[in-house]
Design a protein around this ligand. Structure first.
Ligand SMILES: [Fe+2]
Length: 233
């Protein structure tokens, strides 16, 4: 079902006029992180007429992702992080690797954040969109805050790096299986739900929801403009 949903999305994205500039997959590309699973996912994603970028989720193996998706051009082997920048349509897209070897929660340690800071320093004048699996925000107003990281300090440390880089204009995330939005400073954080409705968690009105959807984000004049939810036939 997940693969069917992905196939249908790819077909429909290819029919969009105008075509988007890029497709972002915010992680959990396969359930068990195996090479054979990734080859299947890649065979579908490769049908896209436009470039696509991926980042690592808690269900992913970064090593297998790098091998299966042939990401050998990124600076992976020194730090073993799936963190890289890609320049598309006048914007810089930066993958942040929040995966942890020890848990399904997000991990942002000092070496990841230092590496991210280095990536962001490379092109400080270019409007930058961050994409990452675990949303780097509090998911409620409760105390202690609800979040998806191994500890809340990681979210605070991430926010400190973000503060140093006003070129960041948006954050795209996944993981929580529901739509959610928030802000870091003035930049929107947009959490994309799964493609297939049956994978949603939390309260939604199923009768009003199409079976398969994806999000189309638009940006204009170096700022986020809006998001359209596209129903897939
Ligand atoms: Fe996840």
């Amino acid at each position: 079902m997940k693969l069917e949903a992905l196939k249908k999305c790819v077909l429909q994205i290819n029919e969009l006029d105008p075509l988007p500039d890029v497709v972002i997959h915010t992680g959990d590309l396969a359930h068990n992180g195996r090479i054979d699973e990734y080859k299947l996912t890649k065979s579908i994603m490769d049908q896209l007429k436009i470039p696509y970028l991926i980042t690592a989720g808690n269900r992913d193996s970064t090593k297998n992702l790098v091998n299966a998706f042939d990401l050998s051009s990124i600076d992976y082997h020194e730090q073993q992080l799936l963190q890289y920048g890609s320049d598309i349509a006048g914007y810089r897209l930066v993958s942040v690797d929040t995966s942890s070897k020890n848990s399904n929660l997000g991990l942002l340690n000092f070496s990841k954040l230092a590496h991210l800071d280095g990536l962001l320093r490379q092109k400080q004048s270019c409007p930058t969109i961050i994409f990452m699996h675990h949303p780097p925000i509090s998911l409620s107003n409760s105390e202690p805050p609800e979040h998806e990281y191994e500890n809340f300090r990681m979210i605070k440390n991430f926010a400190e790096i973000v503060d140093r880089h006003p070129q960041i204009i948006a954050f795209l995330c996944g993981h929580i299986h529901r739509a959610f939005s928030s802000h870091i400073n003035t930049s929107p954080v947009m959490v994309t739900p799964p493609l297939a409705k049956r994978l949603y968690r939390g309260a939604i009105d199923h009768s009003k929801m199409p079976e398969i959807t994806f999000r189309l984000h638009s940006f204009k004049e170096n700022a986020f403009k809006d998001t359209t939810v596209v129903a897939v036939n």
